[in-house]
Write a protein that binds this ligand. Structure first.
Ligand SMILES: Cc1cc2nc3c(=O)[nH]c(=O)nc-3n(C[C@H](O)[C@H](O)[C@H](O)COP(=O)(O)O)c2cc1C
Length: 411
């Protein structure tokens, strides 16, 4: 028979095993609590009872709280950020119950803690057996849910890097330094730096590993516009949030870049089209330097598409056609807004809108300074996120004869 002399905790490089080990220790404490219930009426708050009460208090006042924080601040947010489809649905169903349990267990613990404190000091032998039973039952079923659903999902979905990230966060919570000997830490890393923390998470530790798909030379179509169309269809099908939103980067006369989001309205062999105010900042920059870069980031598919090229205005007919297809209120807004120019306040903007609405009725006229731009691409890159930042990148470059070359770039 294999006996373990010591209760050896797994290492933090196996964080799910550490969490399971915490559960086992919780089960031990619950057993002690149960035994204490039987012990007190017979022996009162004797030395064994006092020691048992202290041990249970020590565990639930410190370690259990850290354990809940591990789950609430690291494990569950990381799972929520990683899980997709059926896993994401399952998490949506389970996590609210887990969080509610944590709160309820904390309230129930506070009640027991008060009684245990009296026992630990030998002042009382009173322990509410119904409250103990409720606490034991809640913890037992709570841990079963986590062990049946959460732990296996984390083991299945988390990459090696995510496991490391979870383990380090749990170590840091307990004030344990990472195991790398100081001698091996590069000198510049030994300088203490303060982390940026948002919603309790260290910004530098936010790290999604990608692994949904791959992109090979055989996957992509010969024509990059057709390939873009394929990915756009897939983004639509996957219900990506605003798949038509793209970043548009332009430069000023000194080559200083600026970027903003615009909505793509058309793509075909002529290029990629959006609509805006020709006198806006982007309009002025494009007038002086008609080169721009577009960027789509379809996070749900772990994809980005980068497009670079030369920009021209769409024809007046095309701009008219799109302008008049917009809701009348948006047409009025486009007329009323001197896009990118400062204005004193919202009230002034509303007044300008009302004046335009009054003057144009339900038939506004497209102003000359509002219309489309089309970017004629010379370079289009398709990027598919892969595990451990070893992504797939296929770039197309337009040749003088109008044909496209294709090559793989390193991640
Ligand atoms: C999702 C989204 C879509 C947008 N679509 C457009 C658009 O199609 N055309 C446009 O002129 N501005 C659009 N905007 C506003 C621009 O981002 C930007 O604020 C505006 O065009 C002024 O940019 P500029 O001062 O650099 O010229 C959009 C903003 C967001 C967040």
């Amino acid at each position: 028979m294999n006996h373990h002399l010591f209760d050896t905790a797994p290492d933090f490089n196996q964080p799910i095993a550490v969490l399971k080990h915490c559960h086992d220790r919780i089960r031990k404490q619950l057993e002690t609590l149960q035994k204490l219930l039987g012990h007190l009426p017979v022996h009162g708050a004797d030395s064994d009872a006092r020691k048992a009460a202290q041990a249970v208090q020590k565990y639930f006042n410190h370690a259990a709280a850290l354990h809940h924080e591990d789950e609430e601040e690291n494990l569950m947010p990381m799972l929520q950020a990683t899980a997709r489809d059926a896993d994401a649905v399952q998490l949506e169903q389970i996590i609210p119950g887990i969080l509610a349990d944590h709160q309820q267990m904390e309230r129930e613990w506070q009640q027991l803690n008060t009684q245990l404190e009296q026992i630990a000091q030998g002042h009382s032998a009173e322990l509410d057996s119904a409250a103990v039973q409720r606490f034991i039952d809640r913890y037992t079923s709570h841990m079963a849910v986590e062990e049946t659903n959460i732990a296996p999902m984390a083991k299945r979905l988390f990459s090696h890097e995510q496991m490391e990230q979870l383990g380090s966060a749990m170590q840091a919570r307990r004030g344990i330094k990472p195991s790398l000997p100081q001698s091996q830490v590069p000198e510049q890393h030994q300088v203490p730096v303060s982390n940026t923390v948002a919603n309790g998470v260290v910004l530098a530790d936010i790290r999604l590993d990608y692994g949904r798909a791959s992109l090979t030379e055989d996957d992509v179509l010969a024509d990059p516009i057709a390939q873009f169309g394929k990915w756009f269809e897939e983004a639509m099908h996957a219900k990506v949030n605003e798949p038509n939103a793209m970043s548009l980067a332009t430069v000023d006369t000194e080559g200083r870049p600026s970027s903003r989001i615009v909505l793509i309205k058309q793509y075909d062999q002529r290029g990629f089209t959006w609509y805006t105010n020709y006198d806006s900042q982007k309009g002025q920059q494009l007038r002086a330097t008609p080169h721009a870069a577009l960027l789509f980031f379809w996070s749900e598919l772990e994809r980005q598409v980068r497009i670079e090229g030369t920009v021209t205005k769409t024809s007046r007919e095309e701009s008219d056609k799109y302008f008049y297809s917009r809701p009348v209120k948006s047409q009025i807004g486009a007329i009323a807004s001197k896009q990118s120019e400062p204005i004193a306040n919202r009230a002034q903007m509303e007044a300008n809108y009302d004046a335009v609405a009054e003057a144009s009725g339900d038939q506004p006229v497209r102003p000359e300074h509002w219309g489309g731009y089309r970017l004629d691409p010379v370079r289009i890159e398709f990027w598919q996120g892969r595990r451990s930042r070893f992504h797939d990148r296929i770039v197309y470059c337009k040749q003088a004869d109008g044909s496209w070359t294709r090559e793989r770039l390193q991640p």
